[in-house]
Design a protein around this ligand. Sequence first.
Ligand SMILES: [Zn+2]
Length: 463
Amino acid sequence: MLIYNTLSGQKENLEKASINKKIRLFVCGPTVYDYAHIGNARTYIAFDIIVRWLRKSGWKVYYLQNITDIDDKIIRRAAEENISPETLARKYEKIYLSDMKTLGIKSVTKYARATDHIRQIIRQIQALIKNGNAYEISGDGIYFDISTFASYGKLSRRTTEQAEDSISRIDESVNKKNKGDFALWKLTRSEKPAWDSPWGPGRPGWHIEDTAITEHYFGSQYEVHGGAVDLKFPHHEAEIAQQESASGKSPLAKIWMHTGFLLVGGKKMAKSAGNFITVRDFLKKYPVSISRYLVAVHHYRSPMDYSDKLAQQAESAIDNLSQFVAKLSLVYRDGRQETQVKEDLRKAGESFETAMNDDFNTPEALAAIFILVNEFQKNFWDLGKAGAKKVKKFIKERLNDLGIELFLPKVPFKIKQIAKKRELFRVNKQFVQSDNLRKEIERLGYGVEDTPAGPFLWPKGKD
Ligand SMILES: [Zn+2]
């Protein structure tokens, strides 16, 4: 199993990174202050496909995700909505989990809230102070001193001099030793929420929650850390600095995986740009399978430029596949290609597996299915009943690996009846009557195709 490791800049054998096929995987979870957007969906669907495939291939994966339920954005939004930060966080956490369920994401072993791990966060900050990596600014908070961590920047290949260009509000302080130093604990005067700490009441910084959580569940080192590419710096760099300084062990994670950017109409998604699409808005327009197909048809590391056109292409690709599979059920006679079918399926299965084992190359895995379908379409009715059944099973299983479901609509009885009547006219060469009934079927939203096994009915696309 080859995986591209951001840390080394090369593909590496997962076998070398793990003992007894056990994988501890941590993926940065959401900050629950708003609805999840399609960029979030891309990352979490990608990791869902990855974990499904690893488990299918015999890896024992513990998939941990954090929930950032305390943060500046949460506090700001809660004030706007005139509710407590906790109420706001719980509301959007619920929405997030329900959206993930809708998207078919069921691979996460454990979701861990930051506020449920304040004790672990404080303990890690204490270790950092003791080791000389963190310092207190009186009346302000505890900061990580990036000058004490020699390999700061090793993941993103940045230097400490560049570290200042991505600082969030919580990390601002005029009294910091280095511009890139970030807050581990922020003291609060009277504002809520606040937790007691050895330094006074306050709240944790963003980066420290992840390493406190992973240390709690995984220990100071584990196999794979994942997340969206925009978290690489400063967030993931800070995680490395914190955990490796606290434990003195390196690396924090052996393999770092990053999912590519999602753009909408060529631009970064932003509410101000008018191109912000939430998961819920997307699902009002398209079925879940479209979202999963869109993720799978791009390699997880590649950027994706989302547009309605792209979604429509995905919809028609799934529609074509679905039609093919539905038509397979019509194959009635014995085939003359049984052994050939078996051989073709074996080869396609091999291509699918090879692609998935090569850094989860889902576009190539999908291509293996499409090549097979194109090949079988040429001599479709020669497939034979037994062959058709095997092909159907094969396609459904492979798509299931990616979490993509076919659209296999039940044709209403009424339409079937009209089609039957039309078929009688047609075989009697009463073409005017049969044509009228075709139009009737089309008016009801279905297309009819005459096949050696009788009429094949299919709902017509929206176009
Ligand atoms: Zn994170």
